[in-house]
Each structure stands twice: as C-alpha cells, then as structure tokens.
Design a protein around this ligand. Structure first.
Ligand code: SF4
Ligand code: SF4
Length: 331
C-alpha cells in the first residue's frame, strides 16, 4: 500500500498523468452533487439520457462502490497517433467540407486514459479497481474539483494551472486508502472569458453551458435526426469542437482540425468508414452520426436548388432513418 503522497504523485506523473489528486469518501458529497445535478436537470433534462436515468449513481459515487476507499483523479493528454482518420477524403476547393477536432486525431483518449490508470493501479498494488474515462455515470469534473485538481472554468471544463482546460480526465476507484496528494496553491481560472467569447454558437454564458447549442454535443452525443435549426448550429462540424478550450491562453498547444470532403465521405461504403474510424474517439459515436453530420453540412452550405439536386444524389446512399430524416428536415 502506498502511504506517501509525493511518491503517489510521482508515480502518476511517471505513468503519464499531467496532474493527479485524490478524493476520499465524504458523507457530504452526495448532497452536494445532487444539488449541482438538479440544476443540470432543470436546464438540460433529456439532453443526455444517461444523466436522467443514472442520477442516483452519478451523485453517490462511493455509495455505489462500497468497496472503494479512494478515487484517484488524473488529468492527461492522449499521445499523438498516426491516425487512420487522415485516410478520410480530404477537403476539396469549392465543395462543402467539415472539421474533425484535433483531439480525435490522437490516440483514443478513452484507451490512453485507461492504460494510464491500469498502470497506476498495478504499481500501487490495488486489488479491486474501477477505471472511468468519460464513458459512464461518473461525475468526472465534480470529482476533479472536489479533489483540488483544478478550478471550474466558465466553459464547464476543469482549468489546470498552466495547462488550460483541454486535458482529459480519468478516475480510478480503488480499494486502497490512498493518501491525499497535497495540491499546490493553484490560482483559480482567471476568468479572462476568452473561452466564452470563442464559442460561435453562444452556448456559453454566465449561467454555464447551454448543451443543446454545443457543437461537440450535437456532433458526437446527440442521437437521432437533426432538425434544420440543429443543422445550422452544427455549421461545419463533422465531429467534436474544441474552440473554447483552445481559446484559453494557458492551452500549451492548440492543434489544427482535420477538414474532410462531406460528399465523398457519404459515398464511402459504411463498412469501410467503420474500419477507418475504428480505434479512434469517433468510434464511440459511430458511422451514422458522422454521415448524418456530413449531410447537415451539405444542406446548410447549399442553395435551395443545390439541395434539390443533392437530395437525389444522397438519399440512395443513406439507408439510415436518422440520416434520411435529417435530409427531409432541409427547407
Ligand atoms: S465545444 Fe464548441 S460549441 Fe461547445 S461550448 Fe465550446 S466552443 Fe461552444
Ligand atoms: S479562457 Fe480564460 S476564463 Fe476560460 S478557462 Fe481559460 S483562463 Fe479561464
């Protein structure tokens, strides 16, 4: 069992974590989380069904893991990768193209985060663990803030001192009673508000994130057909948006998005597209959402006459009811 907090921090850093902190079970935590998530439900209920249906699990992370004696929270960047997404049809002059956020071109952060957590777990000798990397009913941001990893940024991310708010979070629940990692007195996010101003959809305000206006949510998490208003909000996003994170002056390395030709992407056989996105962060959203988003970009970047022509070309290419309905929602 590891008792020394500095040794734990060094071990996490050695495994690939940018920052690390520990949350211990706290009887006051569920009430605090319930009041935060009630606010979320009031504003966004129905936007993310897993929050509506798993609210009790989300708000009582230790109660639902009675064996867990600590949660280690880490921030990390997925390493660069030779991404297969670069094989997608590149943007061509004069034709509608869409963007894939730069983070999707790195190793899938779900995989990278899990690898780091498993490495840490084996080094500290934990016997019972659960790894959580943005895929399950776990309040990652709230646990990171409770642990003192960073401060809450106006774009609802966690701002890390000197590292901005683009890092990924991952949580390791463990049966070991970990020592609290001393957090250096980090200044809060200075609230320069550049992240708010960078959002072209005005999804961010003093009240927080209006998730239904967020391109990241619409492109990768919202399932089903897009209304015309949603297609306009998506603008040219094929997958992901990091505009607010990259606007942060503390972001060390804002990276370029990939531009992809939308019509050529729709013409790709679905099986080939599935193979191309396998092992990337887009795999979690799937081929239907990617093609649906390509359809939306084509629709919003065309004149009514061009849309009439496109309908005839695209409808036979798309068997999915989600995509067909998205086309039918064109004016
Ligand atoms: S991810 Fe993009 S759309 Fe969403 S809040 Fe940030 S800048 Fe706005
Ligand atoms: S852009 Fe400014 S307000 Fe937003 S997270 Fe960075 S420092 Fe904070």
């Amino acid at each position: 069992m590891i008792r020394d907090a500095t040794a734990l921090q060094e071990l996490c850093s050695d495994a690939g974590a940018l920052a690390s902190a520990v949350v211990l079970p706290d009887p006051a935590l569920p009430a605090r989380l319930h009041s935060l998530f009630q606010l979320w439900e009031t504003r966004h209920g129905g936007a993310l069904p897993y929050i509506d249906t798993k609210l009790d699990t989300i708000c009582d992370p230790f109660g639902h893991r009675p064996w867990a004696r600590a949660a280690l929270v880490i921030a990390f960047h997925a390493p660069p990768a030779d991404s297969p997404l670069r094989n997608l049809p590149p943007a061509r002059t004069g034709r509608p193209s869409g963007t894939i956020a730069a983070y999707a071109l790195k190793e899938d952060y779900h995989v990278a985060g899990k690898r780091i957590l498993l490495d840490i777990a084996s080094r500290i000798g934990a016997t019972q663990i659960e790894t959580c990397v943005d895929a399950g009913p776990v309040p990652e941001v709230e646990l990171a803030i409770a642990a003192g990893l960073g401060s809450r940024a106006p774009n609802c991310m966690v701002h890390l001192d000197g590292a901005g708010c683009a890092a990924n979070l991952a949580i390791l629940f463990t049966d070991l009673p970990l020592p609290r990692i001393p957090i250096p007195a980090h200044p809060d996010c200075p609230h320069c508000l550049r992240c708010l101003q960078a959002c072209q959809n005005h999804a961010l305000s003093a009240e927080g994130l209006d998730v239904r206006r967020c391109r990241s949510y619409l492109s990768g998490q919202f399932r089903g057909p897009l209304s015309w208003e949603q297609q306009l909000l998506l603008h040219d996003t094929l997958f992901g948006c990091s505009d607010c994170s990259h606007a942060c002056p503390d972001d060390p390395a804002p990276a370029c998005a990939l531009r992809v030709d939308c019509l050529a992407l729709l013409e790709m056989p679905t099986a080939e597209l599935r193979r191309t996105i396998a092992g990337t962060a887009i795999e979690h959203s799937g081929t239907t959402l990617l093609k649906r988003n390509a359809v939306a970009i084509l629709g919003t970047h065309s004149t009514p006459d061009e849309r009439n022509t496109l309908r005839k070309i695209i409808l036979p290419l798309c068997a999915s009811p989600t995509i067909q309905q998205t086309i039918q929602n064109w004016p």
